[in-house]
Design a protein around this ligand. Structure first.
Ligand SMILES: [Zn+2]
Length: 70
């Protein structure tokens, strides 16, 4: 039982680290702004937006949305 708990704990840490490193955002190719997936503007943006990792959006010159903070 103890082992089971420590494995769960380890998986939990890995999951948190993974989500922190690879955050997916909606990147607007026209305005070069990136949004959180739950941002109202991201939901409106269907034509010029692509779903990419935040790091990738930044490397393409992306700036965070003022509403959701990216
Ligand atoms: Zn936004």
């Amino acid at each position: 039982m103890k082992k089971f708990i420590s494995v769960c704990f380890l998986l939990c840490i890995l999951f948190i680290q993974h989500t922190a490193l690879a955050e997916t955002v909606y990147f607007n190719l026209q305005s070069l702004k990136y949004h959180k997936l739950n941002c109202a503007y991201a939901k409106k943006c269907t034509k010029n937006c692509v779903k990419i990792e935040k790091q990738e959006a930044k490397s393409k010159g992306g700036v965070p949305c003022k509403v959701c903070g990216g």
